[in-house]
Write a protein that binds this ligand. Structure first.
Ligand code: SF4
Length: 348
């Protein structure tokens, strides 16, 4: 891969103001894997983000070195957060990637701050930290090393096989602190994968990540997400997916039904109308009450997956992402440079 950029435009562009006073350097690369993608490099002022108190998430702190995601999942819940930067939530989310190039050094500094109490840090909760850009920017090794050196517990949720590049670092961290890894695999269907998650590694390759991590003593759960109504929820599909997850050696499987928050909903429904027009009316009925499928539907999926997990011998379904070990008494440095999207948690 070459660092051949076609354009470099420091501190400019219509979105510069969105990143506060930070300079924004915009780059494109001519390597085939970055075709059509623009990177906006910024120097973040804070990298530890506190999850809003009302969140139902089992962690309180997150680190997100990227905004936008080239994995380009049609249903991606984080699309709306791109709008906070005045960036397009459709194709723009897939191709305009914000890179916090100082994330590793900033994290190291914030972890050393006197106010930091060593709380669990979750990564991959907004966008994928092992998306394609990470192959170029290599922010995660420095981030993991910073957490390892402070013996700070953390978890990573990803669809990216690139995480295996950092296997040795993860292993070292797991020797001194609690490390949780969870891979997201909602279904195995190849045609559906190509259509709905076009920038991601194939589901089978993601399960190879599970296999490799567990083989190296790093327990890895699977977030079975999203289960897509009428396209990926047939009992035979659920069975095949859970069976493959079990065969990969996952320590847990946690199902999550598709939800369609504003931002993702419009994009997904446009895709559905184009690819599966006969399903549009059914979706409008299923999601008539808002972003979530009805409770009866979610419960049915959860029950089916739990029964299959028991049948195939996977552990309890609530052990995917480790719960945070405690609540810090004081916050780390507040993040004056953060924007509302920073605290938007999506889960892959
Ligand atoms: S769902 Fe996850 S992997 Fe897919 S585009 Fe969104 S952040 Fe990226």
């Amino acid at each position: 891969m070459r660092w051949d950029h076609l354009a470099e435009n420091p501190a400019a562009g219509p979105n510069a103001a969105l990143f506060g006073t930070s300079a924004v350097t915009t780059r494109t690369f001519d390597a085939p894997e970055f075709s059509g993608i623009t990177f906006h490099e910024v120097r973040a002022r804070s990298i530890l983000n506190r999850v809003p108190g009302a969140s139902r998430m089992p962690f309180e702190w997150t680190v997100n070195p990227y905004r936008g995601c080239t994995h380009a999942c049609v249903y991606c819940f984080a699309r709306k957060s791109h709008g906070y930067l005045d960036l397009d939530t459709g194709l723009g989310f897939d191709s305009q990637i914000v890179v916090k190039i100082n994330a590793p050094e900033l994290l190291r500094r914030q972890l050393a701050a006197r106010g930091w109490q060593g709380a669990h840090v979750a990564m991959g909760t907004n966008v994928d930290c092992y998306q394609r850009a990470e192959g170029r920017y290599r922010l995660m090794p420095g981030i993991i090393a910073a957490l390892r050196d402070r013996a700070n517990p953390f978890s990573i949720l990803t669809k990216g096989t690139l995480i295996l590049r950092d296997l040795e670092l993860l292993r070292q961290a797991a020797e001194v602190t609690e490390v949780g890894v969870c891979v997201s695999v909602g279904f195995l269907d190849h045609a559906l994968w190509r259509d709905v998650e076009p920038g991601t590694p194939a589901p089978g390759r993601r399960l190879d990540v599970v296999r490799t991590l567990t083989g190296h003593g790093i327990g890895c759960g699977v977030l079975m997400a999203p289960v897509i109504p009428f396209l990926g929820d047939h009992p035979d599909q659920l069975r095949a997916t859970v069976r493959a997850i079990a065969a990969a050696g996952a320590t847990s499987v946690t199902p999550l039904t598709l939800h369609l928050r504003p931002g993702a909903r419009e994009w997904f429904m446009a895709w559905l109308g184009e690819r599966h027009p006969h399903l549009v009316a059914r979706y409008e009925r299923l999601y008539a009450a808002g972003a979530y499928a009805p409770t009866w539907y979610q419960r049915r999926i959860t029950r089916q997956v739990h029964e299959l997990a028991a049948e195939f011998g996977i552990g309890p379904a609530d052990r995917g992402l480790p719960r945070r070990p405690g609540t810090p008494e004081r916050s780390a440095d507040p993040d004056p440079g953060s924007d509302p999207g920073q605290t938007q948690l999506t889960l892959l």
